[in-house]
Design a protein around this ligand. Structure first.
Ligand SMILES: NC(=O)c1ccc[n+]([C@@H]2O[C@H](COP(=O)([O-])OP(=O)(O)OC[C@H]3O[C@@H](n4cnc5c(N)ncnc54)[C@H](O)[C@@H]3O)[C@@H](O)[C@H]2O)c1
Length: 252
C-alpha cells in the first residue's frame, strides 16, 4: 500500500519507535495521527512533524473510538495502523530479596501491550472493513509491535515477554480473519532500540549498552524500525508474519 495521502494511525507515536515512524510516514506524504496516552508529548511531536496528536489510551474502548473518530474527521478514515504503544516492567518472577513479583506487573502490561494492541486492531479493522474498496490490492495494513523478548525468553522479562508472545500469537489468526477484507497483519519483533523505554529498562544510555547484537554492535535507531514499518506497508506479499529486527541479537 502506498502510504502517500493515506490516513495512518501510530499508537505510542509520541516517543521512541512510534515517533520515529511518524516522522518517516509524514515525510512520505502520509496523513499521520499520533495516538498516545501522553498528550503533551504527542502534541510536541505532532507540532514538530506537522501531523495530528490525539490523546488515547489504547486499552480503553471509548478512548480508542473517540480517537479514531477524530483521526477520521481530520485525516480521513485510517487504513494503516502502526501499533507501537507499549510498556515494559522488568523484574524476576520471584527473588530472595523481593519475594514474588507483584501481580500488577503482569496485569498492567497485559492491559497496554496485549489488550491495547487487540483493541486498536479490532476497532480499526472493523472500520476498514466498512470502507469503500480502494482500486488497489491492499485495503488496509496493521503493523503490530512485539519484541525479541517474546521469542527468546530473557530473564526478568517473564511478564513482558508473555504479553509480547501473545502479540506474536495474534499475528497469523488476525491475518486470516482479515484476509477477506484485504487487510494484512505483520508483527515486528525488535531487539534493542535506542528509545526512552530502552533507557529505562536497561537503566542507562542504550548507545553505551552492550546490546548483544552480532552486527552492528549498537542499539537500533527508531528510523530503522520506521523503515521496516514502511516496507511492510508497501510490500503486499508480507502477511501473517513476525519479522525480527535485531542485528542478530538473541536475548537471554
Ligand atoms: N525500544 C526497544 O528496545 C524495544 C524493543 C522491543 C520492543 N519494543 C516495543 O516497541 C514499542 C515502542 O517502544 P519504545 O521503545 O518506542 O517505547 P517509548 O516508551 O519510547 O514509547 C512508548 C509510547 O507508548 C505510549 N503509551 C504507553 N501506554 C499507552 C497507552 N495505554 N495508550 C497509548 N499510548 C501509550 C507512551 O506514552 C509512549 O509515548 C513497545 O511496544 C515496546 O514494548 C521496544
Amino acid at each position: 500500500m502506498d502510504v502517500k495521502g493515506k490516513s495512518v494511525v501510530i499508537t505510542g507515536g509520541a516517543s521512541g519507535l512510534g515517533a520515529g515512524t511518524a516522522a518517516l510516514f509524514v515525510e512520505q506524504g502520509a496523513k499521520v495521527a499520533v495516538f498516545d496516552r501522553n498528550l503533551e508529548l504527542a502534541e510536541a511531536i505532532a507540532k514538530s512533524l506537522g501531523c495530528l496528536a490525539v490523546q488515547c489510551d489504547v486499552a480503553d474502548e471509548v478512548s480508542v473510538e473517540a480517537a479514531l473518530d477524530k483521526a477520521t474527521t481530520v485525516n480521513g478514515a485510517p487504513r494503516i495502523f502502526i501499533n507501537c504503544a507499549g510498556i515494559d516492567i522488568i523484574g524476576r518472577i520471584a527473588t530472595r530479596g523481593g519475594g514474588p513479583q507483584p501481580l500488577e506487573a503482569l496485569s498492567q502490561q497485559i492491559a497496554v501491550n496485549l489488550t491495547g494492541t487487540f483493541n486498536i486492531c479490532r476497532l480499526g479493522a472493523d472500520r476498514v472493513r466498512q470502507l469503500e474498496r480502494l482500486d488497489a490490492e491492499d485495503q488496509g495494513v496493521i503493523v503490530n509491535v512485539a519484541s525479541a523478548a517474546g521469542l527468546d525468553g530473557p530473564k526478568g522479562q517473564t511478564a513482558y515477554g508473555a504479553t509480547k508472545a501473545a502479540v506474536i500469537g495474534m499475528t497469523l489468526p488476525m491475518a486470516r480473519d482479515l484476509a477477506a477484507y484485504g487487510v494484512r497483519v505483520v508483527t515486528i519483533a525488535p531487539g534493542v532500540f535506542n528509545t526512552p523505554l530502552a533507557a529505562q529498562v536497561l537503566r542507562g544510555d542504550p548507545e553505551e549498552f552492550d546490546t548483544g547484537t552480532l552486527f552492528p554492535k549498537r542499539a537500533g535507531k527508531p528510523a530503522e524500525f520506521a523503515a521496516m514499518a514502511l516496507h511492510i506497508c508497501k510490500n503486499s506479499m508480507l502477511n501473517g508474519e513476525v519479522i525480527r529486527l535485531d542485528g542478530g541479537l538473541r536475548a537471554i
